[in-house]
Design a protein around this ligand. Structure first.
Ligand SMILES: Nc1ncnc2c1ncn2[C@@H]1O[C@H](COP(=O)(O)OP(=O)(O)OP(=O)(O)O)[C@@H](O)[C@H]1O
Ligand SMILES: O=c1[nH]c(=O)c2[nH+]cn([C@@H]3O[C@H](COP(=O)(O)O)[C@@H](O)[C@H]3O)c2[nH]1
Ligand SMILES: NC(=O)CC[C@H](N)C(=O)O
Ligand SMILES: [Mg+2]
Length: 518
């Protein structure tokens, strides 16, 4: 489906390019991301009403660094360059970029508004200071003819530059991240006010577009959908079911790495709410057998990714064959595993459903949520009428407890962790904190410590508790529990779970940490 009113986002490999797309979606405007290498083809197909150039890891000063197709600057449509996008636009239009001698700006910074600009209309006024988020080592040191600086920061004299005649704008900071509080509004101003788009693109339309795309991709083929009980796969399953009805069968894989009571709960909840065929496979031995002796986190992830696919293949065969495998893959799974659009982003960890997949796959993937963030999936789930018990669930990673047991995974360690994790979550629910926290879990550390219990010496495992707040899983902060909550949980766990004699709390944010420990 082509959209008459769209914005093309040219990706130079930023970790947060998809956040630009979501800010544009939040402004009610349809957008597509294309890697810089294939941006011209996307441009010709979409005929966009505006262009946004993303950030990226390259330096404009390096030989053969990526460039914008020159004809985009002659198309007569507005362009917004973000970070690398600003730098590359400046370089191509006659300005200059240098590597900052002082090492650049990373994190929070303040800009001062010097003059009015269409990007700020109704938002910022001359003389005001505003918080933004910076992440750059290079900077523009001469702006191209036609541009004027409209805001400055200590590290970047050209924090925002504008050529109002051609409607070209460049920002050195990242308006797409939540740490730039007014960033979403700046992007909305660009999309609606500068590009003149109406802002009538909605989640209901997204759903209709996806249903049409699923039908076109699948035809009369058979689809199996990996259903985990998490919100992503539940939304994917219901959406695909709306699209193709009886061609869909769901498969729940019990790999022995689930939490206490989870398998029974997921299967009965889903069967109770939907009339979609669901197969429950128990393959605990296969997974735990294969994980024996593996301690490296990436090797665990690769083994689990491959084994999931083996199980799906075997189930497909039992059904008489299936051409398609559906998964509830989201954008954060994708960006950390591989570069989404083929741009030059780096791998952080191989999410089992993306980077952990084997190279050869018999089934083709159907992943309708691949561009979305968690909170957008929740909005889509509500749009589809999913019960709140699915929509509001904390995320749980596909590799399950295996990536919460650093070192070797054994059944015994899984059982210890399951007990401790169940107590922690029970207390969180009892305290009414479940919905305030984005994700909470326990990690069984490969460390033993000395303790004293009942006058005897103990030498047992250490458990770490983690709880984070987040909106999209891309950045996160440690949750601050009220007063006596953590000591109470620690006491309960040590008293009730044999094998644990010490409990710690993890205060690391993301970045620099990730949410899971592996
Ligand atoms: N135990 C499982 N059985 C079948 N499929 C699974 C299982 N665990 C994960 N998957 C598949 O892998 C995908 C990615 O897992 P992920 O945990 O990111 O999503 P989710 O479980 O659907 O939602 P959430 O992130 O809220 O836990 C799932 O959407 C699902 O398709
Ligand atoms: O399905 C998944 N397969 C995986 O391999 C995987 N690894 C991490 N996660 C979940 O993703 C979110 C971000 O996690 P990280 O900050 O640890 O990367 C958090 O919600 C994690 O629980 C995974 N989900
Ligand atoms: N975030 C970015 O786009 C960074 C651009 C460029 N790599 C720099 O360091 O300045
Ligand atoms: Mg999950």
């Amino acid at each position: 489906m082509e959209h008459p009113d769209s914005i093309l986002i040219v990706d130079f490999g930023s970790q947060v390019t998809q956040l630009i797309a979501r800010r544009v979606r939040e402004a009610g405007v349809y957008s597509e991301i294309a890697p810089f290498q294939s941006a011209e083809a996307a441009f010709d197909r979409m005929q966009p009403k505006g262009i946004i150039l993303s950030g990226g890891p390259a330096s404009v000063t390096a030989e053969n660094s990526p460039r914008v197709p020159q004809r985009f600057f002659e198309a007569g449509i507005p362009i917004l360059g973000i970070c690398y996008g600003q730098q590359v636009m400046s370089a191509q239009l006659g300005g200059n970029v240098i590597v900052s001698g002082d090492g650049g700006e990373f994190g929070s910074a303040f800009i001062e508004v010097k003059s009015a600009c269409a990007l700020f209309d109704g938002l910022w006024a001359e003389g005001e200071r505003h918080q933004v988020w910076m992440s750059h080592g290079d900077k523009v040191d001469a702006i191209p003819p036609g541009f004027t600086p409209v805001a400055t920061s200590t590290g970047a004299p050209y924090a925002i530059v504008a050529d109002e005649t051609r409607r070209f704008y460049g920002v050195q900071f990242h308006p797409e991240v939540v740490h730039t509080p007014d960033g979403g509004k700046l992007i909305a101003n660009f999309a609606r006010h500068v590009c003149g788009l109406s802002g009538d693109w909605t989640m209901a339309e997204f759903r209709d577009t996806k249903i049409a795309e699923i039908r076109a991709q699948v035809g009369t083929g058979r689809v199996i959908c990996g259903l985990s009980g998490g919100v992503d796969s539940a939304v994917a399953a219901v959406l695909i079911h709306e699209a193709i009805g009886e061609q869909l069968t769901c498969v729940y894989v019990d790999h022995g790495l689930m939490r206490a009571g989870e398998s029974e709960q997921v299967v009965s909840l889903f069967r109770g709410a939907y009339n979609i065929p669901l197969i429950h496979v128990n393959v605990e031995e296969l997974f735990l057998g294969g994980l024996a002796g593996i301690t490296d986190p990436e090797l665990k992830r690769k083994f689990i990714g491959k084994t999931f696919i083996d199980v799906f293949d075997a189930e497909a065969k039992k059904l008489g064959g299936a051409e398609f495998l559906a998964q509830g893959t989201l954008y954060p799974d994708v960006i950390e595993s591989v570069s989404f659009t083929g741009g030059p982003s780096v791998t952080i960890k191989s999410h089992h459903n993306v980077g952990g997949l084997p190279e050869r796959m018999n089934m083709k993937l159907v992943e309708p949520l691949r561009e979305l963030f968690k909170d957008e999936v929740r909005a889509l789930g509500r749009e589809l009428g999913l019960p709140e018990i699915f929509v509001g669930r904390h995320p749980f990673p596909g590799p399950g407890l295996a990536i919460r047991i650093p070192g070797e995974v054994t059944k015994e360690r899984c059982d210890i962790l399951r007990k401790a994790d169940a107590i922690y979550l029970e207390e969180i629910r009892a305290a009414g904190l479940y919905d305030t926290i984005w994700q909470a879990f326990a990690v069984l550390l490969p460390v033993r410590s000395v303790g004293v219990m009942g006058d005897g010496r103990t030498y047992d495992n250490v458990l770490a508790l983690r709880a984070v707040t987040s909106t999209d899983g891309m950045t996160a902060q440690a949750f601050q529990f009220p007063g006596d909550f953590l000591p109470r949980v620690a006491t309960r766990i040590i008293n009730e779970v044999k094998g644990i004699n010490r409990v710690t709390y993890d205060y690391t944010s993301k970045p620099p940490g990730t949410i899971e420990w592996e």
